[in-house]
Design a protein around this ligand. Structure first.
Ligand SMILES: [Zn+2]
Length: 166
């Protein structure tokens, strides 16, 4: 069963609005180019999970559908972050694309972090940021020093992103 069918089962789009607001309330929207991390439940593959018409769907798919109003098979995360719900980090693709994409990224490793076009920091800066935090520099101070959003600073410190950097 497709998501579109589930959405249809919920009734006209006006009925969806409160539900839609509830969905976005669980997405941590940072800057337009940052990863918007899903704050709700996750599945065993690390993807955000959302229940819709009694069925579980991946949160990034719902985010894409709510933004673009249409749904295409497989969605690729340009940022390689399964929890990310930023529609601008999602591109429709085929299963073959997905495999090719994964291969070209060297099994999810090569394009992580600064190699990803949207990254605001380099690996060195991320590890410097974490070191400074461990030495007692505040999140606020770090955010302004590195020119990134406060929420993004928290994500780096909590290792919600840049997990591969020490
Ligand atoms: Zn992202």
């Amino acid at each position: 069963m497709s998501i579109a069918a589930d959405i249809q089962a919920l009734g006209p789009i006006t009925c969806l609005e409160p539900w839609e607001a509830k969905f976005w309330a669980r997405v941590q929207k940072s800057g337009p180019n940052d990863c918007w991390l899903w704050q709700g439940c996750t599945d065993t593959h690390g993807y955000g999970m959302v229940r819709l018409a009694y069925r579980a769907h991946r949160s990034h798919r719902i985010a894409y559908l709510l933004t673009h109003g249409d749904f295409w098979g497989i969605l690729l995360h340009s940022c390689d972050t399964p929890l990310c719900c930023n529609p601008s980090h999602l591109t429709p693709g085929t299963h073959a694309d997905n495999v090719r994409d994964r291969d070209s990224k060297g099994r999810h490793v090569a394009l992580r972090g600064s190699a990803h076009g949207c990254a605001l920091l380099t690996e060195e800066q991320v590890s410097e940021l974490r070191t400074l935090f461990s030495k007692g520099v505040s999140r606020q101070e770090l955010a302004s020093r590195f020119g990134i959003a406060h929420s993004h600073t928290c994500n780096i410190i909590n290792r919600r992103c840049w997990r591969h950097v020490k």
